[in-house]
Design a protein around this ligand. Structure first.
Ligand SMILES: [Zn+2]
Ligand SMILES: [Zn+2]
Length: 116
């Protein structure tokens, strides 16, 4: 998501907010990268770690029928994680796994998926 009032023709790092914790992107923090979803949605590495742990490792499911994933805008038949801080933001396990792969391959970042 973008900070309200963001100049769309001149988006800065700090205008990019994580949909799940609303913290801005800090390009100087390699442990908290940002991964992009559809329609300007973003998820930071910290929220991704929490979501990965909850769904992939613990098997938790916050799914609510009829609510689409904030990142891919569909409702795949899989586990969902919902932000405890901003409950209108949720993410499906497919996006969690895909995002984890993207971030781990990015050499600018030190992010690694949590181990069980
Ligand atoms: Zn976040
Ligand atoms: Zn998704």
């Amino acid at each position: 998501m973008f900070r309200p009032g963001t100049d769309e023709s001149n988006v800065q790092y700090e205008d990019v907010l994580c949909n799940y914790c609303h913290r801005p992107w800090d390009p100087d923090d390699p442990s908290r990268p940002m991964v992009e979803g559809h329609h300007g949605s973003h998820m930071c590495g910290e929220c991704l770690s929490i979501a990965y742990l909850a769904t992939v490792i613990e098997g938790r499911d916050d799914r609510e029928p009829g609510v689409a994933c904030t990142m891919c805008l569909v409702e795949p038949d899989t586990l969902f994680w919902r932000s405890p801080e901003f409950p209108d933001a949720c993410v499906c396990q497919a996006c969690i796994k895909r995002s984890s792969g993207v971030l781990e391959k990015d050499k600018d970042y030190t992010w690694r998926r949590p181990q069980g």
